[in-house]
Design a binder for this molecule. Structure first.
Ligand SMILES: Cc1cc2nc3c(=O)[nH]c(=O)nc-3n(C[C@H](O)[C@H](O)[C@H](O)COP(=O)(O)O)c2cc1C
Length: 201
């Protein structure tokens, strides 16, 4: 069994449909779920508490809506404070070595909007390179993000229900060590209908 820690962050709960549904699904799994905005509404992050949480888990998953091509600001604040030199990185900073980082992202833009020919000009993975490299600097494995494009209005179609079901499958796979991480790593992004086959036990 892997210990999975899910950090969720949404600054605008009043208008969230997708991440609120994802939170509910995650809460029903064996993962530890932490709502950063609920714990730290004024961003006064408790560094020792978060470092202890990290030490107690093998897989760290950040779930968030894409805001201005990046994370909501509290996740950046969390990185700035919690990933201390000499703890998370640097010659003596090895506490996260061997752990895994993954992202679960919802984007308002469609898949076509991302990439060279789309109005966002870059692939989604390009916008996420700071997180990917942060993971690498800390000696962590970065798994391809689980993504929902076109998230606005997804609750009015099957999109949301499929994505939420996929999220449950993914988290259970991470917790039970049945998520095929090697197969997943061959993809840029993971979607509800492309979750790699589970490793046969
Ligand atoms: C402040 C703000 C910035 C946003 N920036 C982006 C963006 O850069 N790219 C994008 O595709 N969607 C962007 N969106 C759309 C959100 O990603 C989308 O509303 C969210 O993923 C839907 O999930 P929710 O129902 O949980 O809020 C933005 C929305 C807000 C409110």
């Amino acid at each position: 069994m892997a210990n999975v820690l899910i950090y969720t962050a949404h600054p605008g709960r009043r208008y969230s449909h997708v991440n609120t549904a994802l939170d509910a699904a995650a809460s029903a799994t064996d993962a530890t779920c932490v709502d950063l905005m609920a714990d730290y509404p004024r961003h006064n992050i408790n560094v020792e508490r978060e470092q202890e949480r990290l030490l107690a888990h093998d897989t760290i998953l950040f779930q968030f809506p894409l805001f201005w091509y990046s994370t909501p600001s509290i996740i950046k604040e969390w990185q700035d404070l919690v990933l201390e030199h000499g703890w998370a990185y640097g010659s003596n900073g090895t506490q996260l070595k061997g752990k895994t980082m993954m992202l679960a992202i919802t984007a308002g833009g469609s898949a076509d909007a991302y990439g060279k020919s789309g109005y966002n000009h870059f692939d989604l993975r390009m916008f996420l390179t700071p997180l990917e490299q942060t993971a690498r600097l800390c000696g962590m494995t970065f798994l391809p993000p689980y993504v929902l494009f076109g998230a606005l209005g997804a609750e009015k179609t099957d999109l949301l229900a499929n994505h939420v079901a996929g999220y449950t499958q993914l988290i259970n796979g991470l917790c039970n060590d049945t998520y095929d991480r090697a197969a997943a790593a061959k993809n840029d992004l993971i979607f509800a209908d492309t979750i790699p086959d589970l490793v046969k036990g």
